[in-house]
Write a protein that binds this ligand. Structure first.
Ligand SMILES: [Zn+2]
Length: 383
């Protein structure tokens, strides 16, 4: 992976290159930031750049023996740890090394835009929660103790480091404190709040931001050959995540589904049609967590657009067509006075869905709270 193959993130790329140029590569770094911002690709490009025999000021060469092995994810001094669980083929004591071929396959299939959801699907372990276990850490620590085979730096990438089981932490901590010579640890995580504080304090944090809309649109139009109107529509739902953009692209009518159902749901809540509302809840409960999260992010976008309408800032809107027609009536029922309550409701629901809460309960509670909020808004609107 070369830096030039990664969409945007220019400031981060420059920062990483600078560490190499000034000979200040910190031995333990945490790449932190939201899903779909190419953290993993950046980590790989960085490691490849460090070990390239003929790097330029801007990028690795992509042609030297080290780069070629890196491109194939088959360099003997490049190691990975990721969350694992028992599967149909590995029924006991799972370790990352048992799943290297599935891992490489997933990275290539997804062009490095991978989420936990992709990994769970790849491992075919539906209801299990994979973790980074103690045996895995022990094994890798032993491996890192050996001399590097052929490169300057041995690199260990720990993907989803927030899934590190507490029993595994001491082994890793010890290595982070007394690292083997010329070893680079790159930890990758989406969630600082669930990272073990002891790990956080021993790593240099590199915050990697979500993509601005312009980058998402460029990714869709140039890399994915999507036409501009559709790219805009997907971008609105993707919330700065190229993973979400990719997933939305695969489900061609998803954007339409989300809009139609959101509008219908608001109508049920507004007219206090509890029976239809509960039917909607039972349907949305079945669509899976990732789609539920996207649906709630869409609700947050609509809330934000309602705020713009209320503030007479229609210039900030990115809506058109039917959605605009809906918004131009609906925004009155999300008045500035209680917009914060709407935001809180959608954010709380998103939070609980992400943490595996019961979708049916979450959407029922949310709907009932929206009934109450919309009734209050109606009061404000008529006064
Ligand atoms: Zn090279």
């Amino acid at each position: 992976m070369k830096f030039s193959e990664i969409q945007g993130q220019e400031a981060i790329k420059e920062r990483l290159r600078q560490t190499v140029k000034s000979n200040r590569v910190s031995h333990a770094q945490l790449f932190l930031g939201p899903q779909g911002n190419n953290k993993l690709a950046l980590a790989l490009a960085y490691a490849q750049y460090i070990n390239c025999h003929e790097r330029s000021a801007e990028d690795s060469c992509g042609k030297c023996p080290s780069c070629i092995k890196y491109e194939k994810l088959a360099h003997p001094d490049l190691h990975f740890i990721f969350p694992v669980a028992t599967t149909k083929s590995v029924t006991t004591k799972p370790q990352s090394q048992h799943f290297m071929s599935e891992w490489r396959q997933m990275l290539i299939e997804q062009q490095f835009l991978v989420s936990m959801n992709h990994w769970v699907n790849k491992l075919d372990i539906e209801n299990k929660q994979p973790i980074i276990n103690s045996e895995d850490c022990g094994e890798i620590v032993r491996t890192l103790g050996y001399k590097s085979y052929e490169s300057e730096y041995k690199v260990l990438i720990i993907w989803m480091a927030d899934k590190l089981h507490h029993a595994a932490a001491p082994k890793l901590l010890k290595t982070l404190e007394e690292p083997p010579e010329k070893t680079l640890f790159i930890l990758i995580s989406e969630k600082q709040e669930v990272m073990l504080p002891t790990i956080l304090s021993r790593t240099q944090i590199i915050k990697i931001p979500r993509y601005p809309d312009a980058d998402v649109i460029q990714f869709l139009t140039s890399t994915k050959s999507v036409d501009l109107p559709r790219a805009r529509q997907i971008c609105m739902l993707a919330d700065g995540s190229l993973i979400a953009a990719n997933d939305l692209l695969l489900r061609t009518d998803e954007a339409e589904w989300i809009f139609t159902n959101f509008r219908q749901w608001m109508r049920y809540c507004f007219s206090m049609d509890i029976a239809s509302m509960l039917t909607f809840v039972s349907e949305v409960s079945k669509i899976g967590r990732e789609r539920q999260k996207t649906f709630l992010l869409y609700a947050l976008r609509i809330t934000q657009f309602s705020l713009y309408m209320n503030l007479d800032r229609e210039d900030l809107l990115k809506s058109e067509g039917e959605e605009m027609a809906f918004l131009s009536k609906f925004f009155r029922y999300m008045p500035t006075a209680n917009i914060q309550s709407f935001v809180k409701e959608f954010q709380d629901a998103h939070y609980h869905i992400e943490r595996n809460g019961n979708a049916s309960v979450i959407f029922t509670d949310l709907s009932l709270n929206l009934v109450r909020l919309l009734a209050a808004s109606r009061q404000i609107a008529t006064n």
